[in-house]
Ligand binder design. Sequence first.
Ligand code: IVH
Length: 690
Amino acid sequence: MTEKEAEIRIGELRRELEENSYRYYVENAPTISDFNFDMMMHELEDLERQWPQFDSPDSPTHKVGSDLKSEARRREFAQYPHRYPMLSLGNTYSIEEVEAFAQRADKTIGSPFSYSCELKFDGTAICLEYRKGRLYRALTRGDGTVGDDVTANVRMISNIPHTLHGDYPEDFEIRGEILMPYTAFDRLNEEREENEEAPFANPRNAASGSLKLLDPKEVAHRGLWCTLYHIPSESLDSFDTHAHALDAAASWGLPVSDERCVCDSISQIEEYIRHWDVQRKFLPYPTDGIVIKINEMRFQRELGFTAKSPRWAVAYKFQAERALTPLLSIDYQVGRTGAVTPVANLAPVQLSGTVVKRATLNNADQMTQMDIRTGDWVYVEKGGEIIPKITGIELGRRPADAVLPQFPLVCPDCGTPLVRQEDEAKYFCPNSDGCPTQIQGRILHFLSRKAMNILAGEATVAQLYNLGLVRTAADLYDLKKSDLLRLDGWKERSAERFLLSLRSSRNVPFERVLFALGIRFVGETTAKAVARHFGDIDAVAAADREALLAVPDVGEVIAQSIADYFADSRHIEEVKRLRAHGLRFSVSGDAPVSDALKGLTIVVSGNFSISREALKEIIEKNGGRNSSSVSSKTSFLLAGIKPGPEKISKCESLGIKIMDEAAFAQMLPAGQREALTPESAEDDGELTLF
Ligand code: IVH
């Protein structure tokens, strides 16, 4: 490589890395795999070493990725400087480089030492500060020097203690990772897909996106989890080893991983790596490698830091599991909002224990960026995502007859020319009133479990559509038994069951009716927030952009979408018809279902088979009142697993009854009790994970 070529390549790599850093850290939507990112970074490091005349302090090789937003959006979180910089870790994919790290450390230290081997948790970094045993502040990594204050959100994470016990220091910092367990991730993405919101690429992006939500109550629903792995030695110097410091942190009640191991030799490190490369697949949360740290604090201090990372630690990263298989064809699927998504059909291939035949390609830009052709051998990765994705192409194996796919110009279903708005990644079929897939998709969404929960699936909706009986959700309520008897295989009983299910949908609370309307970007949680904020549909329909933006977590896009929906007279007409059929369009219409808890003030604490939020809803629906603190007015404390110790002792001192979930269930009428069994809770996607 000539000097000129090196200069050009360095420029290219810096641009690519900066662009991808932004997508990864700020937008939480990476478009290249971690492996490719790391490889580009290593290539740049090598080139800068070889050609030091082109090295520059601004290079991404000297910077820690930043999760801070641009100036305009900065007001969302207060920012504070880190007491000690929050650095990153040097990483490698090769055992030889781990050996080289050990040799370098050995040479500098020159006397016996040990290693602390730990899992490398794949989430987003967090720094917690405890003062006098109380959680004082939580900061994100930010740019390593300044972080976002996410304390209110972190307080919603169930395994982060608000107060410590035992012999904790007066004031200290502890760092770790906020993670999203796979089950919570799958649930969140399913919900997003149902709402045609872009799914998160992986649990790590979902974790960092969730940590930056503006409404802490929403964070509580995301099932985040925390593990802590580093106490900056400047923060406390009374421990001889890192392992002892973490043991002490665990004794104060902080969540520290049990999967740590102190190793004395490189062969023990290798054994630890081999073990976890397999066993990590059975962990409920994502990990992407192993971190090897020099265990003795005095040697850590001796080795010190480079500008970007400590010299006393290295990360060994696992290669994501991927498979190579031919791309057979591409389908273009139309969703209920008209969005067209390309889906790859693959030659079936084994990947992490399942056979993969289809993978998402997201949008036309991604296809162009990859320069993908049918016939290409493509890499598929699963890494925790529900839908596998294509992460690369093996260009060397491109067959001569590989075909450049043509993104359709017209809707594959109704033939209408597709359109793409400037700021949208997707193409849309604009024929929302005439495109059969969109019409049926909207009805299916309306009927779905989390919306109106009416007993009918795809086949029924297709028949109702094909017979010309149903075009909008309101048409469902005009159906007569004689109409239903025209459906294939339908008899008296099935028709009656369907009509009964339609009738009971009149009791569905307003927030779910609002969700059922299928307003773009208005998912279950947004619908709930909007319904509670405005109280009834007339207020929502009358709200202008400003008023909509006042709802927690409603941003520009959602506000515009709601305003657009109600600006359309066909939608107003549809709401009018649904209202005439008796559906609930106001919160006050959400009458209690029983008086079983009338007059009782209940404090809920701990973890239950369903989320606390869902439990509180049950209390209200049965006439009870929720209160957040124990007082003489409290009727009883409903205690789950790990209830707040302060609440328990206050109940004991005031002589207030403490009740468990099973006893509480007995107080409810039969129809309400089932909601509390873990099985049906899971059904509702509300299962509390930890
Ligand atoms: S120690 C001075 N230990 O991985 C840096 N980091 O890619 C101290 N990470 O920045 C970090 N698991 O966010 C450490 N067991 C572990 C870790 C870990 C995950 C994260 C952390 C770090 C990043 C580097």
